[in-house]
Design a protein around this ligand. Structure first.
Ligand code: AQP
Length: 333
């Protein structure tokens, strides 16, 4: 990364907690590709975050390399950007301890993702699930990040990150850049195809289209997408979440605005809309899948790139951590 270029820093991450959905792609990875030229960017495979939910070790390892390859296949250059794996940079965990001591139980217990995930993981209500936002704050603050592109579900975590940074800065001077969230309205919450009142999620495969799904599966899943009984094609998230969601997916993959899309589908039925959405998604994912297959065929090369990028990330992270240790009074010799 050309740190010398006078650009601000952009940071974001995706968990290797399952197969990557088109929701992760539209809400996050595609946004990264659109912004990457304007910023010094770091894109992380946040494997430590994934441990908050029990993972099968072999799958976690596979998903980690797969996500790293998908970032590149989606168009993010690992020379121009720093693309790396969170656990390869121990400063994330180290800063998390410090920031834990500047975060209040009350603010963590207000996090809606904690409430949601703890309801779904009653048998594993671990402390990591509770302190997840502190690890996320560390990810972002270690790199003096200005902008964090995320989906709507992460808005609250960005707010707490800002609160922690400001709290710390108020005590110790300007140690951290206070980051802004970047959450484009139309793409920030892609909904489940089977239950359009919920967001599409990796951990809820029913209702998700995966970036690596084949064309037949994509068509089948979209054909079955829940819509409504009236036949009008328009955006109305409240009353027509399923149809609105299909229009947003279409728009993200076709490049047409949702207004243009509404004009295009005027007078047509849901069957035609679904076919057009499938065509657009398939055309959009095919080149990514092709590039992904080439990349994953050379795991040695991927591994090497991952290690090189971790080293580049560590150099930046270590600078911030040193400063933090010094500020809080840890004896550094
Ligand atoms: N449905 C979505 N629409 C738009 N953006 C989304 N994101 C996730 N789902 C959608 C965004 O993708 C980025 C990476 O998400 P994550 O891996 O950190 O975890 P998550 O938000 O919890 O995503 P999932 O897919 O729902 O994972 P699981 O099932 O493991 O919890 C984030 O920027 C997120 O906002």
């Amino acid at each position: 990364m050309k740190q010398l270029e006078n650009k601000k820093t952009l940071y974001s991450g995706v968990q290797p907690s399952g197969n990557i959905t088109i929701g992760n792609y539209i809400g996050a990875i595609r946004q990264f590709t659109l912004l990457s030229d304007q910023y010094n960017c770091l894109f992380c495979v946040v494997d430590l975050h994934a441990l908050t939910v029990r993972q099968i070790p072999a799958e976690l390892r596979r998903n980690t390399l797969e996500l790293f390859a998908l970032y590149i296949a989606a168009g993010l250059d690992p020379q121009k950007n720093i693309i790396y794996c969170q656990s390869h940079v121990p400063e994330h965990a180290e800063l998390t301890w410090i920031l834990n001591c500047f975060t209040y139980m009350g603010e963590l217990s207000r996090m809606t993702q904690f409430k949601d995930k703890s309801a779904r993981n009653q048998d594993n209500l671990n402390a990591g699930l509770f302190t997840y936002p502190v690890l996320m704050a560390s990810d972002i603050l270690l790199y003096q990040t200005s902008l964090v592109p995320v989906g709507e579900d992460q808005r609250q975590h960005l707010e707490i990150t800002r609160d922690i940074a400001e709290r710390f800065n108020n005590i110790y001077g300007n140690v951290f850049v206070v980051p802004e969230a970047y959450i484009p309205k139309e793409t920030s919450k892609i909904l489940s195809l089977s239950d359009p009142l919920r967001k599409m999620s990796k951990s809820e495969p029913d209702g998700a289209v995966f970036l690596l799904d084949n064309a037949d599966d994509i068509r089948r899943k979209i054909r079955r997408a829940v819509t409504d009984s009236d036949a009008e094609i328009r955006i109305d998230i409240e009353n027509k979440p399923g149809v609105s969601n299909l229009l947003q997916i279409y728009s993200a993959f076709s490049g047409e605005s949702t207004d243009e899309a509404i004009g295009r589908f005027e007078g047509q039925g849901y069957g035609q809309l679904k076919k057009a959405v499938s065509d657009a998604v398939i055309a959009g994912v095919e080149p990514i899948q092709k590039r992904y297959q080439e990349l994953i065929a050379d795991k040695g090369m991927l591994h090497q790139q991952m290690m090189n990028n971790a080293e580049r990330a560590r150099q930046i992270a270590a600078r911030t951590l040193r400063k933090v240790y010094k500020k809080v009074g840890l004896y550094q010799g």
